[in-house]
Design a protein around this ligand. Structure first.
Ligand SMILES: *[C@@H]1O[C@H](CO)[C@@H](O)[C@H](O)[C@H]1NC(C)=O
Ligand SMILES: *[C@@H]1O[C@H](CO)[C@@H](O)[C@H](O)[C@H]1NC(C)=O
Ligand SMILES: *[C@@H]1O[C@H](CO)[C@@H](O)[C@H](O)[C@H]1NC(C)=O
Length: 237
C-alpha cells in the first residue's frame, strides 16, 4: 500500500480486509447480474426509432410514486414536441418503501408482453389511481387482493378479455425476472429515488423531484444545435 510509517495496526489490517471484501462483493453484485436479452425499459412513443443524433433520455419512474406521476406529463409533452430528436426510454423502478411498487412494475412488464401498446396507458392508469395502492390503504389487504386490484386496473388498458392473461402474467416467472432486471438496471445507474433522469448517459441532478416543462426546455434546447454550428467548430463537447 506504499505506506512508509510505522507497521499498520490490527485495525488497519481489519479495515483493509473489510474494504477489499466489500469491493469484491460489490463488483460481483453488478458483474454477476444476468444480461437481459433486450435493453430494459419501454420506448416512448411505442416503436419510435433511435437516430444517430437522438438525445437519449432515460426516466426512472415508480408507478406508485407521486413525484413520478407529476414528472410524466411535462416529459411526455417535450418528447412529443421534439420528436424524433428525443428518444425516450422509461424504466420502471420499484422503490422498496412503496409496498406495492414491485407488483406495479411487474404489471407493466406483463402488459408489455401482452401488447406493448398498452404499457403507457397502464402506466398512466397507475398514476391516476395510485392513491388506492399506497401503503396505508392497502395495509390490511392480502397481496392477492392487491394483485386483483391491479389486474382490474390493467384490464382498462388491455381490454376485459385479457383478464385471465394478466392473472397468468403474475404467475409467470419471466415477468418477475423482467421487473427484477428493471430494478437492477436502476441500481447499476445509481438510482436512489424517483423520478430520476439520465440524459445522453449523464444523470441530472435533483433525483426524486419532478421537472416541469420549462426546466426540460432549458436542458434540451442547448443540445438541439444545428449541424452548421458543428461545421464552424463551435461545439464544446
Ligand atoms: C394492442 O393495443 C392497442 C391499443 O389498445 C390496440 O389498438 C391493438 O389492437 C392491440 N393489438 C393487439 C394485437 O391486440
Ligand atoms: C386494519 O386493521 C386494523 C386492526 O384489525 C383495524 O383497526 C383498521 O381499521 C384496519 N384498517 C383498514 C384501513 O381497514
Ligand atoms: C436550426 O435549423 C432549423 C431548420 O433547419 C431552423 O428552423 C432553426 O431556427 C435553427 N436553429 C438554430 C438555433 O439555429
Amino acid at each position: 500500500m506504499g505506506r512508509t510509517g510505522p507497521a499498520p495496526s490490527a485495525w488497519s489490517f481489519l479495515f483493509f480486509f473489510a474494504f477489499s471484501f466489500c469491493c469484491r462483493w460489490f463488483h460481483r453484485g453488478l458483474a454477476g447480474a444476468a444480461i437481459p436479452a433486450r435493453y430494459d425499459g419501454f420506448v416512448y412513443p411505442v416503436g419510435a426509432p433511435v437516430g444517430e443524433d437522438s438525445i437519449l433520455v432515460e426516466a426512472f419512474f415508480d408507478p406508485i410514486c407521486p413525484d413520478s406521476r407529476d414528472a410524466w406529463p411535462p416529459l411526455k409533452r417535450i418528447t412529443l414536441e421534439y420528436a424524433p430528436r428525443i428518444f425516450l426510454e422509461v424504466h420502471p423502478f420499484p422503490l422498496p418503501y412503496h409496498d406495492n411498487s414491485f407488483f406495479s412494475c411487474r404489471a407493466l412488464h406483463i402488459s408489455n408482453k401482452l401488447n406493448r401498446s398498452t404499457t403507457y396507458p397502464l402506466l398512466e392508469l397507475f398514476f391516476e389511481h395510485q392513491e388506492k395502492l399506497y401503503n396505508q390503504p392497502t395495509r390490511n389487504i392480502s397481496r392477492e387482493s392487491v394483485i386483483r386490484r391491479m389486474v382490474k386496473l390493467a384490464t382498462k388498458a388491455t381490454g376485459d378479455s385479457s383478464q385471465s392473461a394478466l392473472e397468468r402474467g403474475f404467475e409467470d416467472l419471466e415477468t418477475d425476472l423482467a421487473a427484477r432486471t428493471s430494478f437492477k438496471y436502476g441500481c447499476s445507474r445509481g438510482v436512489i429515488g424517483t423520478p430520476f433522469f439520465i440524459v445522453n448517459g449523464f444523470p441530472l441532478p435533483g433525483a426524486g423531484s419532478a421537472l416541469d416543462y420549462d426546466q426540460w426546455r432549458s436542458i434540451i434546447d442547448p443540445l438541439v444545435s444545428n449541424s452548421s454550428s458543428e461545421d464552424e467548430g463551435t461545439t464544446t463537447l
